[in-house]
Design a protein around this ligand. Structure first.
Ligand SMILES: [Fe+2]
Length: 330
């Protein structure tokens, strides 16, 4: 065999293995693509989710910078179909409205959806009887509808008979408490309905008034949610937006009573059980101020809070990038 033939054979041998490598590489990419699409469908929607903007607690002198940075951040995000704001802007309906207007102007999308949080149904400093129910059912609906946002409770959205979206403030019935503390609390005679532990108060005790016990608020909201769900039941893809947390997996306990006591006010597992039973594929909530992405059975869950400035570890610009979620669905 001549040197040329030897080189030719070597070349063919190397080309064969290179080809085989490329085929294997493409196959593995294909596998990955197939797996992703099996989980997530065909990416019909690009969703931007955020919550807990807390305009009520941004210092007056910081408001200008805060909104400039937020709008600059939102402005740079393109091709969004759905903007979701999961509550906690302000107890002041005018401040809530102006915040939603600012967001609506900063980002263009086909749909804008809002559910209120506990701060939004407060009346400060002294709540009138049933004011939270009035705000939830009527006042907030009226003011939100002067913006680009759709007030989602009592008004579910069905997009092309494909994607159905329901929403609720959610509430708590202490079912997401850390049960490790039950005995201790009964010994010292502190109950969760007090919303008070060792000098710390959960502010709903002062500023929210539904005219019902917390467990009854959950009953009332679940009944409403079921009516809304019946309107989107036919959609193969379902999204639920909450302010409070519907799953225990979304609650962070620290095994320190001063912290864990307040886990009881994070949400209710009854909402989560219902959402799983309905086969809702995507849930977005707020309330917890730590951004999270997690899965409960087949349901993908996102929490995208901006939170309070004292909770940020870096500057606002980096915090916004880490906290606001862009989700492709389904
Ligand atoms: Fe909040």
């Amino acid at each position: 065999m001549t040197k040329e033939n030897e080189n030719g054979l070597l070349h063919q041998f190397l080309e064969f293995w290179k080809g085989l490598f490329i085929i294997r590489f493409l196959y593995s990419c294909g596998q990955r693509y197939v797996n992703l699409s099996k989980n997530w469908g065909n990416g019909l929607m690009k969703i931007l989710a955020l919550s807990d903007i807390h305009t009520d607690l941004v210092r007056e002198e910081d408001k200008n910078d805060f909104f400039t940075m937020l709008t600059t951040f939102l402005n740079a995000i393109e091709n969004v179909n759905l903007v979701i704001c999961a509550g906690d802007i302000s107890p002041d309906p005018m401040e809530l409205t102006s915040t939603l207007k600012t967001i609506g102007e900063a980002i263009s999308a086909e749909y804008y959806l809002f559910v209120p949080g506990n701060h939004d149904v407060w009346e400060v400093p002294e709540p009138k009887n049933e004011i939270s129910r009035f705000k939830y059912e009527q006042q907030l609906k009226d003011v939100v509808e002067t913006t680009k946002f759709r007030y989602l409770p009592f008004n579910p959205l069905c997009i092309n008979d494909k994607i159905g979206v329901i929403g609720s403030i959610g509430w708590y019935d202490y079912s997401l408490r850390n049960p490790e503390w039950d005995e201790h609390l009964s010994i010292i005679d502190v109950s969760y309905s007090d919303k008070w532990y060792a000098g710390f108060v959960w502010n709903d005790a002062r500023y929210a008034n539904w005219g019902m016990k917390d467990e009854e608020v959950v009953d009332y909201l679940l009944k409403q949610l079921e009516i809304d769900y019946n309107n989107i039941q036919h959609c193969p893809y379902k999204i639920a937006i909450f302010h409070h947390i519907p799953f225990k997996e979304g609650v962070e306990n620290k095994r320190v009573i001063k912290w864990d006591y307040f886990s009881a006010f994070m949400g209710s597992k009854r909402f989560g059980e219902q959402l799983l039973q309905w086969g809702v594929q995507l849930v977005i909530h707020g309330h917890a101020h730590r951004p999270r992405e997690y899965k409960v059975e087949a349901t993908h869950v996102y929490c995208a809070p901006i939170g309070y400035s004292q909770e940020w570890k870096t500057g606002l610009e980096k915090e916004l990038a880490a906290r606001i979620k862009i989700i492709t669905f389904p």
